[in-house]
Design a protein around this ligand. Sequence first.
Ligand code: T4K
Length: 396
Amino acid sequence: MTEVKRRPDELAILGGDASFLTPLLVGRPAPFDRSRFFERLNWAMDNEWLTNGGPLSTELETRIADLVGARYCIATANGTLALQVLSRAVGITGEVIVPSFTFVASAHAFQWLGVNPVFCDVCPGTGCIDVAAAAAAITDQTSAIIGVHLWGQLCNVDELASLAYEHGLHLLFDGAHALGCTTADGLPVGTPWGKATILSFHATKVVHGFEGGAVVTNDSELATRLRGLRNFGNGIIGGHMYGGTNAKMSEASAAACLTSLESFEETVIKNQHNHQQYLNELRDLPGVRILDYAADTNNNYNYVIMFVDEATAGISRDLLVKVLLAEGVFTKTYFDPACHQMEPYSRRPWNLPVTERLGSQVVALPTGGKVNSEDIRRVCSIIRLAVLNGHKLTHV
Ligand code: T4K
């Protein structure tokens, strides 16, 4: 690893040494106590109950419900299946309104079930669903609105709830990023503004079970249907059989999630510290903005999001990503392309100017338990050098 770079000719893209010989990646799994994890795995093996609502996934459900302030938690194999089982359990048909500026699973989950995502635009400051745009997207085919708590920022829950109520629509939330997050009023992500919220415990999330997900709700009847539908439709009220699927969480995933949950607070503190360092180091750089989460909310700081305004920064987002890559810094452009720009949705015309502008500017930067302050100092020095010398890089 080289020292912090101070001159443009030291940039790897101009022939200097790469800053990171071991690549620095976005989305590294949050570290947890491995011996505790293996203990739990061994316990599950000895217990000879490996899936189908075993004791570890049941314990996880209780802990997650407590953490997010919901009565019921139904653990699933991943967040995408959580959305699909929820869609079936609620009886979503026709069209759902989804903000386009999200991970494509928020849309694909429905499309896979034959429900058409209709994309709406987002708010410029947060990237979360714009309620007026959602209202304008309602048609006589609309069955539900999907609010996405982007990067852990709880979207306009009260306004969405009023809109859904006015139009007799279901309201569901995609809280894949939002474990442990709250509104400015301190309300946690599982608060029942709508029917239910999904969570993800994918390897890249703040709490992970390698893969994993959940639906949280306060509706006991919905919880019963969800439990049945994730298990082939077995065991739903009165023993009736429904057309379900296999969305069950295994005990191995639950063992990892439970162990990861024990490090949750530590992970958030570390993430917040990293986030603050990025903010401090890049605060005065023209054309570059690190997304700052509202001070009166809780965020898990799992994502450090930077926007690059080419007109002011003098360098495009894509060129900056290239500069970082040459240094061994693997960023992600969450979420560009936006959903409406991907197949199969891009075949129809859309008018989503805010989504497209944010998409062209966005970069997610490396954070997490193993990214230390020296790493961040180096990453920021690369960004600073690239922005201040953008004109020397345009030919690369
Ligand atoms: N709704 C929203 C809003 C979501 O963001 C997601 C998932 C979902 C729903 C669906 O939930 P799940 O069905 O996934 O539970 C990644 C994740 O795969 C995805 O879970 C996540 N959102 C999305 C935001 O990010 P990709 O396509 O970027 O994955 P990939 O393979 O490029 O990995 C991301 C980064 O993490 C890379 O830098 C590599 C690194 N990584 C990844 C894994 C799996 C590691 O360092 N170690 C690992 O084990 O989607």
